[in-house]
Design a protein around this ligand. Structure first.
Ligand code: GDG
Length: 467
């Protein structure tokens, strides 16, 4: 069987069994690499004064990891710059936060070229290569320039935005053209596939081939939706773990007379944290009886704090939470508990289980795995209720959640009222349907589906999968 090479900006394989600090996606990719005896290649997370292209090879828990250091300027232009100040905001519909700086684009192309050159000696003729996310869109083009003819696939973890947003990028054509060097381009949702096709058909006169592929720029590729999932089996294990149970017991002991609502998000403006807090404030305002009874536990580990927009958001959240707590707290009650730190996955499982409802309210999100983790942590005899933004990719699959528009404080407030008063039969019915989706479309199914389709020598028509 051919080997798999996974390429992603950051490489963080688990250090051994039971490593609960690593995310589910990293665990799943590591498992795939063990199965296909492959390599995981990416940036080491370190910077040096000058790029050397020196490969660091390590074997960690059965996975071969190959990393390379970046130059400080690369880090600023490629990572902090084009990836996090240009593509991330734009692809999340935040044109107002998007930096259109030419040097960022140059740094982005340069780093992709450097990654391709560094990876080249490791590639064997039968390997299949799977590139991840918006940091590395030009990777296949750079590899092709170096003569690589292997099958190369790409998966975008964030949304693909509407045509009119893409064209605000000064060099949007080469970016989209770069995707046509892949054999397979995967998106989270059918909506993203359609947005991508909309650009291809309307902006550059591309067409659909008879076998369902796309042709443009004199090239052919295939685009399809592969909704990502969580490692449901692993979550079933960790939610029963002693640490999860300890956290659950501790929270329950403190909330005998209180109902806890949970939010877990990287501190990112795409996650709708301010809108969520304003919605919660509205809920407290509209429901005097809920004051002292309902509290929001918001876990928000700090993310990308070298980028100004993230520092600004943090400041605004501090102010907002201070205001709400100041208005509604009592001597023995605080409506919002706000934690800027991260927790282990088993601890999160305990937190999710102790929460009567989860607020997952991104303004835009490729998928959102927290929504799925919350469901996976519930028990059938007393499941909590998921409140989910219609703008998360997950909303396409998780139709039995309470779907809301996060821009509306009233909708958030009403959904909370409904969730906290929902009878057990309705909660069970919704939970069973959601859980069925979380277990069936898990991360293993996602990964195997993508890899199988990438391996296929003759393409089949793009799949339409919504459920
Ligand atoms: C991108 C896309 C897409 C959070 N806090 C802690 C912690 N987390 C974990 C969660 C979850 C993960 O981080 C976050 O995943 P999301 O999917 O919610 O969001 P992004 O980080 O923005 O991920 C997104 C995803 O890629 C996958 O394709 O779904 O749309 O934006 O697993 O549990 N994990 C730990 N401690 C924390 O405090 N251990």
């Amino acid at each position: 069987m051919s080997r798999l090479i996974v390429v992603s900006n950051r490489v963080n394989p688990p250090t051994g069994k039971g490593d609960e600090s690593v995310g589910g996606l990293a665990m799943a990719l590591a498992a795939a690499l063990r199965e296909y005896s492959g390599i995981w290649f990416g940036w080491s997370g370190k910077t040096t004064t000058e790029f050397t292209g020196q490969l660091n090879m390590q074997k960690a828990d059965g996975v071969t990891v190959a990393t390379v250091d970046l130059e400080e300027g690369d880090y600023q232009e490629y990572y902090n710059g084009y990836a996090n100040k240009t593509l991330w905001p734009l692809f999340h519909y935040r044109v107002d936060l998007t930096a259109y700086d030419r040097s960022f684009g140059e740094g982005y192309d340069r780093v992709n070229r450097r990654f391709a050159q560094t990876l080249l000696p490791l590639i064997e003729p039968d390997d299949i290569i799977w590139v991840h996310d918006y940091h590395l869109i030009p990777m296949a083009r750079e590899l092709r320039r170096l003569g690589v003819t292997n099958r190369i696939g790409f998966f975008l973890h964030i949304p693909w935005p509407a045509h009119q947003l893409v064209v605000t990028l000064p060099r949007h054509r080469p970016l989209v053209e770069a995707l046509f060097h892949y054999d397979l381009v995967g998106f989270q949702t059918e909506e993203s596939v359609q947005a991508f096709e909309g650009y291809v058909f309307n902006e550059v006169g591309g067409e659909r081939t008879e076998d369902g592929r796309l042709t443009a720029f004199g090239q052919v590729t295939r685009a399809a939706a592969f909704p990502i999932g969580i490692d449901a089996e692993d979550f079933a294990r960790i939610k029963e773990s002693p640490r999860a149970t300890r956290v659950y017991d501790r929270l329950m002991a403190h909330s005998v007379f209180r109902k806890m609502v949970v939010g877990v998000d990287r501190l990112d403006y795409s996650k709708g944290l301010e809108e969520r807090l304003i919605g919660f404030e509205r809920f407290l305002h509209d429901n005097p009886q809920a004051r002292r009874e309902v509290m929001l536990l918001q876990i928000a580990p700090i993310s990308r704090d070298e980028v100004e927009a993230y520092q600004d958001l943090r400041g605004r959240l501090d102010g907002l939470i201070g205001r709400i707590n100041g208005a509604y707290a009592d001597m023995d009650y605080n409506p919002i508990r706000y934690l800027n730190r991260s927790y282990r996955r088993d601890e999160l499982a305990g937190v999710y289980r102790a929460s009567k409802a989860a607020l997952v309210t991104p303004l835009r999100d490729g998928m959102n795995l927290v929504a799925k983790e919350y469901v996976a942590s519930q028990t059938p005899y007393d499941p909590g209720v998921l409140i989910l933004s219609r703008f998360a990719g997950a909303a396409r699959q998780m139709k039995e959640a309470l779907i809301i528009n996060p821009n509306s404080p009233e909708e958030i407030s009403d959904a909370l009222t409904r969730a906290l008063n929902m009878d057990i039969d309705e909660r069970r019915r919704r939970f069973e349907s959601l859980m069925d989706n979380v277990t069936r479309q898990d991360v293993t199914a996602w990964r195997d589906d993508f890899v199988a389709q990438l391996r296929e020598p003759t393409p089949t028509p793009a799949l339409t999968r919504q459920d």
